[in-house]
Design a protein around this ligand. Structure first.
Ligand code: AMP
Length: 402
């Protein structure tokens, strides 16, 4: 990898501006799932153990009006971080000005400071001005002026062009920005999988919509040996083949694209051969396994046993697997079987690198208890999709080259 990493930066006595992804769920003023905070600990610890002053920036939710601000304060996040690090974390309730500058100037080596939600900058004097989300050049310059070096460990926002994840890097100066360990790991796994995979390389794509993943399919057609399609998006392909799909999820305006993809892909594309259909969109609906098409008045909510067997047959010799999107409506136990079976099978592939591409597939892997059996679970949904589309991620592009 050509990007500088935190290990390449001088840290002792330095003010280290760090972009982390602490966009965690907050309920009743407390942090719910703290996975994202835990994921950033190695880089934060590395910085403070090497004598750096860690100044943390993150967004939390979307701030579109003044009233959004109180519920989206970083204060509870700073408190949870303090618990996890077992040391004080200074929380500064503003994103700019004397209070922030004084707090930074008072830091000792090894101290940790958390700046208020970067998206507070999106609303000024009651107006939605998007200074953070629009990468306002003055904001990036100002934040960069607060520190000596910059570390970006927020893979979850790497596909966005914001002031805290791109603007600071653009202004901190050449050779002074780096990726953190989390980002480095994401680049290593996703980058190697797509650009330098051990073959056979199989991609599994599922989830709701073809339209969300056309870019991924297109890019991976030139890279993968096989592309397995499951989930709701498979029904647009079925419709394009002229098969009956009943009330299943479909994007009629994407049938042409589906046809083109099928023609281009030939036998690279692996589609379901049977489905679990239901007479209502609920867990206790009546169900049937059907082949060839979905009955009128019914909808396909999961792949069937023959599809599972077919997919496993394709996967059994794979050396690299990237999985993005569930095989069915996994949130309902009766339609989680396909996703569970494929996830478990991936977990049993001990000679393969198995990567889950974030978002709902990460949620599915966790909910189904198979996360620890897979090689790498990406922390970024949108960011990993952008990566799989072969596009540049602004948050990574802005970091200094080694
Ligand atoms: P995505 O965000 O595109 O990965 O889509 C994930 C969502 O797709 C989940 O909420 C699933 O419940 C949904 N999904 C998967 N398969 C189906 C299906 N056959 N019918 C309707 N929704 C589905």
């Amino acid at each position: 990898m050509a990007k500088m990493t935190v290990e390449d930066l001088p840290l002792e006595g330095k003010k280290v501006l760090m972009r982390v992804d602490f966009n965690v769920p907050i309920k009743d003023g407390k942090v719910g799932d703290d996975n994202r905070i835990v994921a950033a600990l190695p880089t934060i610890k590395y910085v403070i153990e090497h004598g750096g002053k860690a100044i943390l920036f993150s967004h939390l939710g979307r701030v579109k009006k003044e009233e959004d601000k109180p519920g989206l304060s970083m204060k509870p996040v700073a408190a949870r971080l303090s618990n996890l690090l077992n040391k004080p974390v200074t929380f500064v309730p503003v994103t700019e000005g004397k209070q922030l500058e004084d707090a930074i100037n008072q830091m000792n080596n090894g101290d940790v400071l958390m700046v208020q939600n970067t998206r507070y900058e999106d609303v000024k004097d009651g107006k939605y001005v998007k200074r953070e989300s629009g990468n306002d050049p003055e904001l990036g310059k100002y934040w960069a002026s607060l520190g000596d070096v910059y570390v970006n460990d927020a893979f979850g926002t790497a596909h966005r062009n914001h002031a805290s994840n791109v603007g600071i890097a653009q202004n901190i100066g050449a050779g002074k920005s780096a990726v953190g360990f989390l980002m480095e790991k994401e680049i290593k796994f996703l980058g190697n999988a797509v650009d330098n995979p051990e073959r056979p390389f199989v991609a599994i794509l599922g989830g709701a919509k073809v339209s969300d993943k056309i870019g991924v399919i297109d890019h991976l057609l030139g890279k993968a040996d096989k592309i397995i399609i499951g989930g709701g998006m498979a029904y647009t392909f079925m419709a394009a083949q002229g098969k009956k799909i009943g009330n299943s999820l479909v994007e009629p305006d994407k049938e042409d694209v589906a046809k083109e993809i099928m023609e281009k892909a030939g036998d690279k594309l692996v589609l379901p051969v049977d489905n679990v259909e239901a007479d209502a969109f609920k867990n206790d609906a009546n169900t049937k396994v059907v082949e060839g098409g979905i009955d009128d008045g019914w909808e396909g909510l999961d792949i069937g046993p023959k599809s599972i067997a077919k997919f496993e047959d394709v996967l059994k010799d794979a050396k690299t697997v990237v999985w993005n999107g569930p095989m069915g409506v996994f949130e309902m136990p009766n339609f989680a079987k396909g996703t569970l079976a494929i996830g478990k099978f991936l977990g049993s592939l001990t000679n393969a690198t198995t990567i889950v591409g974030g978002g709902d597939s990460t949620a599915a892997a966790k909910q189904l208890g198979i996360a620890d059996k897979l090689t790498h679970i990406s922390t970024g949904g949108g960011a990993s999709l952008t990566y799989l589309e072969g596009k540049t991620l602004p948050g990574i592009a802005a970091i200094s080259e080694k």
